[in-house]
Design a protein around this ligand. Structure first.
Ligand code: ZN
Length: 146
């Protein structure tokens, strides 16, 4: 990159001081960029931890009381924090199903509880019914692949 134009100081001492300042400024560029990357990475780790705790909190609410399902983490928070699977069962015929959240088409603002009305059991759908899914747990892996 071409150096920015700094008017050349008249005296030798001033020129030396300018050279020193430029070198210091270039060094700071690197230091600030490294600190920025470091802080960003720390921040992302904290967000992942917060998302993980939100998922655990929701799981414990589901386990102990079965609801309310709202509020719940967003799908992206669940995926981001190591809970990419949602265990559900049909509220009518009780057929269990594990849903891979990562492949589910969704927008960034979709929450896990928004899925209850959307994940309709195939068996019941064929029978002309649209029962809501009962949401059970967020999970790190599918029950079918253990
Ligand atoms: Zn069903």
């Amino acid at each position: 990159m071409a150096p920015k134009h700094h008017p050349a100081p008249l005296s030798g001492g001033d020129r030396k001081a300018l050279t020193k300042e430029l070198s210091k400024s270039r060094a700071m560029t690197k230091i600030f960029a490294e600190r920025s990357a470091e802080k960003r990475s720390e921040g992302e780790a904290l967000i992942r931890e917060a998302d993980n705790l939100a998922c655990q909190s929701w799981n414990d609410r589901m386990w102990s009381d079965g609801g309310p399902i709202d509020p719940s983490p967003t799908i992206d928070q669940a995926i981001n924090s190591g809970f990419p699977w949602l265990e559900i069962k049909c509220s009518r015929c009780l057929t269990p199903r594990d849903v891979d959240l990562a492949v589910l088409p969704h927008v960034a603002t979709t929450h896990v509880h928004d899925l209850a009305g959307r994940l309709v059991c195939q068996k019941c759908r064929k029978a002309g019914k649209r029962p809501a899914a009962t949401l059970l747990q967020l999970a790190p892996r599918s029950r079918n692949h253990d």
